[in-house]
Write a protein that binds this ligand. Structure first.
Ligand code: NAD
Length: 361
């Protein structure tokens, strides 16, 4: 099992270090190779995704990714900004299916901004299409308008587009995931306004014919944003396009109390995957040793399950995390009165210890 380790920027290096400590306990036959990505790669090589880093990622079974970005790079030309590395990896590795589970751990019910009864026991899965939509659609750019409301004015434009096979493959992923859960898929669109998402709805409906055992509902994105905070437990699997998924998955993450708890997996059709926390590089807390490493540790568990066929080890890591939360240990983002505040490293050490107990049980 070959794993490319790309810690990136900001808290990326701190949280990935903790995930590596946890993986080490399992003593699995793995080769780990680390490379620079994002702002760190730009500083060293003049590009956020150097050829060598991309080659390493493509030649690996899985990529364990921290986070990229810092406000100090915001004035760089867009292709040189750290965030382009993640887009480049998704595109070049064909990582079209993004899984973001939003699970509310029993011990963290109080950390959510929603009422406990709304989120206790929450377990939903957002599946976001990751390589299409307006984020990648061409043409895009700036120009002088020749029509519209302000001809002659400077304008910017992007293109929203989806090809039928792109929608079909993500719909299959969603229905298959639902089969292993509560057998319900909510497809989120904006079919009332956008041609692209009327097409999305039609294609998802067509694919659904192959999954009669799974319930399908369609929901407009504005309603979905509302329902996610009104009655989140009504969802099981949510499938949507790249832009809507970007927004809804962050919304869903806050249901669970902290973005620092949420892992993610981005997979291609060969099950090669990139695993990363749902949050960014958090420059505001980088270097302070207070970042929550659990989303990254849980991403490593997803990596074992989805790309490395090590489901039993993944279960052990997830159980170790639950045990540590049950001990009352909390990083600052999930801290509440009556619990014990710990640093990034102390949280990693606690998971290592809990995992050692489980491994030797
Ligand atoms: P962010 O997710 O980095 O931070 C948002 C807030 O959540 C901050 O207050 C931060 O301190 C907190 N936070 C995030 N992760 C945490 C953790 N593990 N523990 C405790 N608190 C945590 O989002 P942002 O501030 O909008 O963006 C910062 C940088 O990250 C930007 O350059 C952005 O482009 C980049 N970014 C990268 C990725 C990625 O690498 N996949 C994703 C999102 C944002």
């Amino acid at each position: 099992m070959k794993i490319a380790v790309l810690p990136g920027d900001g808290i990326g290096t701190e949280i990935v270090a903790e995930a590596l400590k946890v993986l080490k306990v399992l003593n699995l036959p793995m080769t780990l190779e680390t490379a620079l990505v994002g702002g760190a790669a730009y500083e060293a090589h003049g590009h956020p995704l150097p050829e060598s880093t991309l080659a390493l990622a493509k030649a690996s079974d899985a990529v364990l990714f921290g986070a990229v970005g810092d406000w100090k790079y915001d004035t760089l030309d867009r292709p040189l900004r750290p965030e382009q590395a993640i887009l480049g990896l998704r595109k070049n590795m064909g990582l079209f299916a993004n899984f973001r589970p939003a699970i509310c751990y029993e011990q963290l019910v109080g950390a959510s901004s929603l009422k406990p009864e709304l989120i206790a026991g929450l377990d939903i899965l957002i599946i976001r299409e990751l390589t299409g939509d307006i984020y990648f659609g061409q043409p895009r750019g700036r120009r002088v308008a020749t029509d519209g409301h302000f001809p002659g004015a400077e304008e910017a434009f992007d293109t929203m587009r989806y090809a039928k096979p792109e929608i079909e493959r993500i719909a299959h992923v969603a229905f298959q995931a639902a089969r292993k859960r509560n057998k319900k898929v909510t497809s989120v669109d904006k079919a009332n306004v956008l041609e692209t998402f009327q097409f999305w709805k039609d294609v998802v409906t067509e694919v659904h014919a192959q999954y009669p055992d799974v319930e399908l509902e369609h929901m407009y994105v504005d309603n979905a944003a509302m329902q996610l905070v009104r009655a989140p437990k009504k969802f099981d699997v949510v499938v949507t396009g790249n832009m809507f998924g970007d927004i809804l998955s962050d919304e869903a993450s806050m249901l669970t109390g902290s973005i620092g708890m949420l892992p993610s997996a981005s997979l291609n059709s060969a099950n090669q995957g990139l695993y990363e926390p749902s949050h960014g590089s958090a420059p505001d807390i980088a270097g302070k040793g207070i970042a929550n490493p659990l989303a990254t540790i849980l991403s490593a568990a997803m990596m074992l399950r989805f790309s490395l066929n090590q489901a039993a080890s993944a279960d052990l890591i997830e159980q170790a995390v639950k045990n540590v939360l049950a001990q009352g240990l909390r990083t600052v983002d999930i801290y509440s009165e009556g619990t014990t505040k710990v640093s990034t490293r102390e949280m990693g050490d606690a998971v290592v210890k809990a995992l050692q107990v489980l491994v030797h049980a």
